[in-house]
Structures are given as structure tokens and as C-alpha cells.
Design a protein around this ligand. Structure first.
Ligand SMILES: Nc1ncnc2c1ncn2[C@@H]1O[C@H](COP(=O)(O)OP(=O)(O)O)[C@@H](O)[C@H]1O
Ligand SMILES: [Mg+2]
Length: 325
């Protein structure tokens, strides 16, 4: 990217361009319907900023996270780290260097920690594997990591096993483990959704502090309130596609897409499968995929809308004039 003064701006830490991932369920004799889990997904992640992916259950959030973690291979699109296409450079999976720089924390901290090992083990292992500390330094470094996630005094926690910790403490250990390798990017897939409401804010505050200290964060959530709290930019996903994308304040204060408006007005319902009609994405091939649930549906909606610029955000909806040029 060439700037006005002729110098070249550094590329974003991580950029995804036009990612697509489909899944085809396999029957015994034939393959079943194809689900488009993610399509035309593009965004950039930079140091000290957070981007939130928001959408109901099944909208493709975890699939996008898994593609970033290189646990799923996109059907199409590019993942660029420091401007270099990692899918071409490392076609057989993520290198150790990539995995060090891009770390993930999961929804269920109990599931992501090994019940037979103590906290020290969970922290020392990545330190040694990624050569971030020598054997003699590792325990002291583990203590510092626990302090950095506010598990203090660290000696009260370091020898405990996961079952001897509360849910919030376990998630903090999982975060400390991700930080052990000094990553540049943290992908957090619903990091607070299994925690008691009373301790969610503490974990979000911890993530906010990490962002200020230099990390880029991709927050995945079905909760627009958490997204607004932590993220600088919000991408609203509906059936694998970004239907609205803009600065958090713009999206939350003046949502444009009818789906974003619905998310904001029914926060309690989001993520609840019982209120989410499970329609096969392939059946909505022609018109706007949201049309069957949209209160503002009109003639134009029989055609799938392209994204357009509207008052500081991009929105995929015929209610707004198409961007010219
Ligand atoms: N491994 C898989 N095999 C088949 N379908 C999948 C697989 N993973 C995800 N899907 C489907 O892709 C869609 C998006 O899923 P997911 O990314 O988990 O959504 P979210 O995290 O937003 O709840 C869903 O319809 C889901 O059933
Ligand atoms: Mg998910």
C-alpha cells in the first residue's frame, strides 16, 4: 500500500480475503446437501485493535476461526500474515512459527485444559515447545503469566488442577497459556459464553488490557454488547456472509441491516437454536438469504444484494442505494 508521502505502509498483521468454506454431509450412498458455512468473508486484523464477528448459532463464526487457526482449509480465498499468503507458503498446514503468532482461546476452558495436568504443566509446555524459556526459567515465567491474567498470588494457582479452579479462573489459565508463546493475534471463540454473567466482564476487561498492550484480537460472539465493549469493528454474519461491517459504534448506534436490528432488539434470543429456523443455505441460492425472516422485504429482495456503502459501514441490503463506481 503506497501512502501519500510515497512511503509504503506496512501490511496488516493478518488479512483474510474472500474466504469460502462449504461442508457436504456424507450419506451412505450419496452426498447430502452442501452447507455454505462461510462465503465472501474479508477483514483485516491489526495490532491494538479488536474485530468482532457477531451472529447467531450456525452463522459460520467458528468455521472462520478454524480457518484462521488453519484447522480447516478454505475452499477459496487467501489468508495473509504480514502480507504473505500463508495458504500458498504452508499448504500442508500451519508452521510452528504461524501457530506461535496466532493463538486461540475456546468457549469451554474445561474442555481445552487437560484434567490430569496442573496449571504449571499447561504453561510450561508451550514455553519449552516454542523456546520462549529455558527449563530453569520456565516456572518463574509461568508465575509471571498467571500474574498477567490476574491470578494472584500465583503460588495459590500454579499447582492446582483444572477441576480445582472456577470457570473464570480456568478461562484465565487458558488465556495465560495462549500468551505464553507471546502471540501477535488472539482468536477468542465465545470466550465468555460459558461463564457466569457476573465474571464475564472481568474476562472481557482482561482481553481489553491485552489489546492495549499490543495484541490484535478476533472476538467471536453472539452478543453484540460484548462486541461493542471490546471491539473497534463489528462484522455481522448471517448464514456465512458478512451482512454489515463497520466501526462498532456505528453498527450498534445506528444499525442498517434488518438482521443487525433484529439482533440488537432481541439480544436474549441470539444464539438460541430454538428460535433459529434451520434452513439449508443452498435453498436460498437466488434471493437475499435473509428475505424469509425480514420484516422489510420487498420486490428487489428476489435478487441477492451486493454490499454497498451506507453512512460509514458496508451493508448487504436493498434498502440502501447501490454504491456507484
Ligand atoms: N465439520 C463440519 N461438517 C459439516 N458441517 C459443518 C461442520 N462445521 C460446521 N458445519 C456447519 O457450518 C455452519 C456454520 O457452523 P459454525 O461455523 O460452527 O457456526 P457458529 O460458530 O456461528 O455457530 C453450520 O450450518 C454447521 O452445521
Ligand atoms: Mg461456534
Amino acid at each position: 500500500m503506497v501512502q501519500r508521502d510515497g512511503t509504503t505502509a506496512p501490511p496488516p498483521l493478518l488479512e483474510v480475503r474472500d474466504l469460502r468454506k462449504t461442508f457436504t454431509s456424507k450419506g451412505i450412498f450419496s452426498s447430502g446437501p452442501t452447507v455454505v458455512a462461510a462465503s465472501e468473508v474479508s477483514f483485516q486484523l491489526v495490532k491494538t485493535k479488536a474485530v468482532a464477528l457477531v451472529g447467531e448459532s450456525g452463522s459460520g463464526k467458528s468455521t472462520i476461526a478454524k480457518m484462521l487457526m488453519r484447522l480447516e482449509t478454505p475452499d477459496k480465498g487467501a489468508i495473509l500474515l504480514d502480507g504473505e499468503d500463508v495458504l500458498t507458503r504452508e499448504p500442508r498446514g500451519a508452521s510452528l512459527a504461524y501457530r506461535r503468532r496466532v493463538q486461540m482461546i475456546f468457549q469451554d476452558p474445561f474442555g481445552s485444559l487437560n484434567p490430569v495436568h496442573d496449571v504449571a504443566h499447561h504453561l510450561i509446555r508451550p514455553l519449552l515447545r516454542h523456546k520462549r524459556a529455558s527449563r530453569s526459567e520456565a516456572r518463574q515465567r509461568a508465575v509471571e503469566l498467571l500474574e498477567s491474567v490476574d491470578l494472584e498470588p500465583a503460588r495459590d494457582f500454579i499447582d492446582r488442577h483444572p477441576f480445582e479452579l472456577s470457570g473464570g479462573q480456568r478461562q484465565r489459565v487458558a488465556i495465560a497459556r495462549a500468551l505464553a508463546v507471546e502471540p501477535d493475534l488472539l482468536v477468542a471463540d465465545e470466550p465468555t459464553s460459558m461463564l457466569d454473567v457476573s465474571i464475564r466482564l472481568g474476562v472481557l476487561n482482561l482481553l481489553a488490557g491485552l489489546k492495549e498492550r499490543g495484541l490484535a484480537i478476533l472476538l467471536i460472539t453472539h452478543d453484540l454488547a460484548s462486541a461493542r465493549y471490546l471491539a473497534d469493528r463489528i462484522l455481522v454474519l448471517f448464514r456465512g456472509r458478512v451482512v454489515e461491517d463497520g466501526p462498532s459504534e456505528v453498527i450498534v448506534r445506528s444499525p442498517a441491516h434488518p438482521y443487525t436490528k433484529a439482533l440488537l432488539s432481541s439480544i436474549a434470543n441470539i444464539g438460541d437454536d430454538s428460535v433459529t429456523p434451520k434452513t439449508d443455505s443452498s435453498t436460498a441460492a437466488q434471493g437475499c438469504p435473509f428475505a424469509s425472516r425480514c420484516a422489510d422485504v420487498f420486490d428487489a429482495c428476489t435478487v441477492d444484494p451486493a454490499p454497498r456503502e451506507y453512512e460509514g459501514r458496508a451493508v448487504r441490503c436493498h434498502l440502501y442505494p447501490e454504491t456507484v463506481g
